[in-house]
Design a protein. Structure first.
Length: 235
């Protein structure tokens, strides 16, 4: 078996919990709209916004990989319904985006990334739009492969193939690590990559999917597993 030479890492719910981040960002945006464009919140509540998001996603199925586009389109329609122009969208998105990039890394993340970065090419491979520069961990990655830039989101083979092309390695030389059984593990497996499932919450593995190469509770356990694999290959 080929030795692992690169690692592609999911971000949301692998390196930090995403639900509280999005909840806070949405709340901050609503508060900002209350102050700056109050008619929007008068016209739109959480339920109607959810319906609008579903409509936008359906109408722009070819853009589902670009979360920024989808959110900006939703904001544009919300503004228009409330009698405002699209000039507010940039500022509104900035309010959301600022909060979206305030994350609390799981405690094991930075020490494990430092270990991994000393031995492997480490790339972020994400469907989201987090800024590793803003978060403060970009220096631990050689590159970021984002769905919006590739034009395809996990589990589409194209985003995994983009990672292979970026590293210059064959798929079997790359380990993809993520929390989602379908998007991360099964998608990477279909692309021929090695896989590791980060199962922080003790979830059951879906029976209809092939097992990952490794299941770990956190990034520190992943680093330990890789160290043991490397030692076995060198013995």
């Amino acid at each position: 078996m080929q030795p692992i030479r690169a690692i592609t890492l999911d971000l949301d719910d692998t390196l930090w919990a995403i639900a509280p981040v999005i909840e806070r960002a949405e709340r901050s945006l609503r508060q900002w709209l209350d102050a700056e464009y109050p008619r929007i919140n008068e016209h739109w509540d959480d339920k109607s916004i959810a319906v609008l998001r579903a409509e936008v996603a359906s109408e722009h199925a070819d853009q589902l990989h670009d979360l920024r586009f989808l959110r900006r389109t939703v904001l544009t329609r919300m503004a228009a319904t409330a009698g405002y122009g699209s000039e507010l969208v940039d500022a509104a998105f900035s309010v959301f985006d600022e909060q979206r990039n305030i994350v609390e890394l799981f405690p094991d993340v930075v020490p494990a990334l430092e270990r991994l970065a000393s031995n492997y090419q480490v790339l972020a491979l994400t469907n989201g739009n987090a800024s590793l520069e803003v978060i403060g961990i970009r220096h631990l990655f050689v590159d970021v492969i984002a769905a919006a830039e590739v034009g395809a989101a996990k589990p589409d083979l194209r985003i995994f193939r983009a990672a292979c092309a970026q590293t210059g390695l064959r798929p079997e030389q790359i380990l993809h690590v993520g929390d989602h059984p379908e998007l991360d593990v099964d998608g990477a497996r279909a692309a021929g990559m090695r896989t590791a499932w980060v199962n922080r919450i003790g979830a059951a593995w879906p029976e209809h999917l092939a097992q990952p190469d490794a299941t770990v509770q956190g990034m520190d356990e992943l680093a330990d597993w890789l160290q043991s694999v490397a030692a076995g290959q060198n013995s």
